[in-house]
Design a protein around this ligand. Structure first.
Ligand code: CO
Ligand code: ZN
Length: 326
């Protein structure tokens, strides 16, 4: 059964890259009764261990979400900003944003000259106040905000913000709670700063130095009119990554995940993503090289305030993670 309350909490928790404190606390609370060891490394990665004497296996899901950072507060009280993670100016106009303190703003644009293209420098946030003191007191260079977007679900799908990668966090939380009997030494790591360049995964991969690493993250789909050409679809099951811009999955890891899916009747599909990357990209080139792969959750509208995934795909991903842990 899909735990809507948990997913809703994960999606709504404030945690853009570099500001993962709240989400780290939320996840720690969820799993603290199930772990043998919980640590936070200096960069902020949350490392949850289920001890064993066998192979060292690392699973990662990133805790951070995309957002915006204030670069300048002008005399009139309008905020200028830059992106934290992959956001496009043309997809941001009119969106409501929310800050850590609960205050909000709406993204507006300057008047454009003939044929001028909309760029981030033409956008600003209006925080709905004519009181300059209020703005000065509450908004400062370096403050971050994220999409304001209400969680919604149908019988089979969920629409929410930050499904990338809170759905990956959801999957790892469930796997920790249902950790299988095994000799393996298993690390479930909730990484920081994936959206700005796989930074948390880099240090986690190095320090844990596993025999096998598997990242859990969203991937795009080719099943809507948005023009992305790829084979992955919602409802097609767990996606086993073959390649993206950060990794070519180790053939033995691809074969292992395929074997496990077939043996356990787990619905799966192969994935090639022609853009983007995941934590596995940083981990597989760590040290002498770490055999790595990715289990992806097919998701529409990536990096928007309304990412959509299918609940049954999530169940298949959980089953595959547990099988791999075993
Ligand atoms: Co992302
Ligand atoms: Zn992601």
């Amino acid at each position: 059964m899909f735990n809507s309350d948990l997913m809703k909490k994960l999606s709504n928790c404030f945690g853009p890259s570099g500001r993962e404190k709240n989400i780290r606390e939320l996840i720690t609370n969820e799993i603290k009764d199930y772990a043998d060891e919980i640590t936070t490394d200096p960069l902020g990665n949350l490392i949850v261990r289920k001890k064993g004497n066998g192979k060292k296996i690392l699973f990662t899901a990133h805790m951070d979400q995309i957002g915006l950072i204030i670069t300048h507060v002008d005399e009139k009280g309008f905020l200028r900003f830059s992106n934290v993670g992959g956001l496009k100016a043309k997809e941001m106009l009119g969106l409501r944003m929310v800050f850590d303190n609960g205050l909000e703003g709406v993204i507006c644009k300057e008047e454009l000259k003939n044929n001028e293209k909309l760029s981030m420098s033409k956008l600003y946030i209006d925080v709905a106040s004519t009181d300059k003191e209020f703005v000065k007191k509450n908004f400062r260079l370096g403050d971050m905000c994220v999409f304001k977007s209400e969680y919604y679900e149908t019988e089979d799908c969920v629409v929410c913000k930050a499904a990338d990668d809170r759905i990956g966090c959801y999957i790892l939380i469930d796997a920790i709670k249902n950790h299988p009997a095994t000799d393996n030494d298993v690390y479930y790591v909730f990484t920081v700063q994936e959206e700005v360049g796989l930074r948390g995964a880099k240090t986690a991969g190095y320090s844990i130095n596993p025999d096998l690493a598997i990242a859990i993250d969203v991937t795009a789909t080719g099943d809507s009119p948005d023009g992305i050409k790829m084979d992955v679809k919602l409802g097609g099951g767990a996606a086993i990554k073959i390649k993206d811009n950060s990794i070519i999955t180790h053939p033995e890891v691809k074969d292992l995940l395929t074997y496990l899916a077939e043996k356990n009747n787990i619905k799966y599909q192969y994935e090639i993503l022609e853009f983007g990357g995941t934590d596995a990209g940083a981990i597989h080139t760590s040290r002498e090289g770490i055999p790595s792969g990715v289990i992806s959750i097919p998701t529409r509208n990536l990096h928007t305030s309304g990412e959509i995934f299918n609940k049954s795909d999530v169940e298949e991903c959980i089953k595959l993670v547990i099988a791999a842990a075993q």
